[in-house]
Write a protein that binds this ligand. Structure first.
Ligand SMILES: CC(C)(COP(=O)(O)OP(=O)(O)OC[C@H]1O[C@@H](n2cnc3c(N)ncnc32)[C@H](O)[C@@H]1OP(=O)(O)O)[C@@H](O)C(=O)NCCC(=O)NCCS
Length: 191
């Protein structure tokens, strides 16, 4: 497990299913993450089963639950995806599921811990993400951390009856390590 200042990232468990289903089909959350297609409880149970088998080296993915560090309450999902060697690059995705839990610093802390894992455990060289071009909160969070805007894939997302652009952002290992020396993020690495 990986402890940040406010959150812990741990493996996703079957027992997280109820918490995931509380918000998984929430239109606003889905709209920010991609096509808002609803999924059944059975489908998500199968997905949890599937991701628990994934490794960054074989399948190229690491999917973790974000929990509140003090209470262990489920907050959301952190993903490191499409890990590609020998390029040593990957994509990340962060979501805080409950709208009431957003704006409390959890997303920033989860992103930092996810980057820490990518750069300090997986030895990645570059990490990128995409976000809707109008997702101002996420863009603010990622820029605050040190991500740079790479460019916009124009009109590439069809949401709410219209096309939107997808902003690509990235951060390099040296940029991250200069701003966040390893000990500045993880409190107790494998508590
Ligand atoms: C994006 C997300 C991960 C951020 O996590 P969070 O816990 O809400 O973010 P934090 O509390 O750490 O930080 C929020 C920051 O955004 C700022 N913010 C909030 N609303 C904003 C807005 N509309 N425009 C610009 N900045 C905004 C806050 O002031 C805060 O900045 P500060 O730390 O400089 O004061 C989370 O909101 C989320 O999961 N949203 C839904 C799914 C999503 O959009 N995921 C990202 C897709 S790439």
């Amino acid at each position: 497990m990986y402890n940040g200042k406010l959150v812990r990232l741990r493996p996703l468990e079957k027992s997280d299913l109820n918490e995931i289903m509380k918000f998984y089909n929430d239109y606003e959350l889905k709209r920010l993450l991609g096509p808002p297609i609803v999924r059944s409880r059975e489908y998500i149970a199968g997905w949890i089963e599937q991701v628990s088998q994934w490794t960054p080296w074989r399948e190229g993915h690491l999917v973790m639950a974000i929990v509140q560090k003090e209470t262990d309450d489920f907050l959301g999902i952190a993903r490191i995806e499409d890990v590609l060697f020998p390029h040593s690059r990957a994509e990340i995705g962060i979501s805080i599921y409950d709208p009431e839990q957003r704006g409390k610093g959890y997303g920033t802390d989860s992103t930092l811990v996810t980057l820490w894992i990518g750069f300090n455990i997986l030895g990645l060289h570059s990490i990128y993400l995409d976000t809707m071009e109008d997702n101002e909160r996420s863009i603010h969070v990622y820029e605050k951390i040190g991500f740079k805007r790479v460019g916009v894939l124009r009109e590439t997302e069809f949401i709410n009856g219209g096309h939107k652009g997808l902003l690509i952002m990235d951060i390099l290992r040296d940029e991250f390590l200069e701003k966040y020396p390893p000990s500045s993020i993880i409190d107790s690495r494998f508590a």
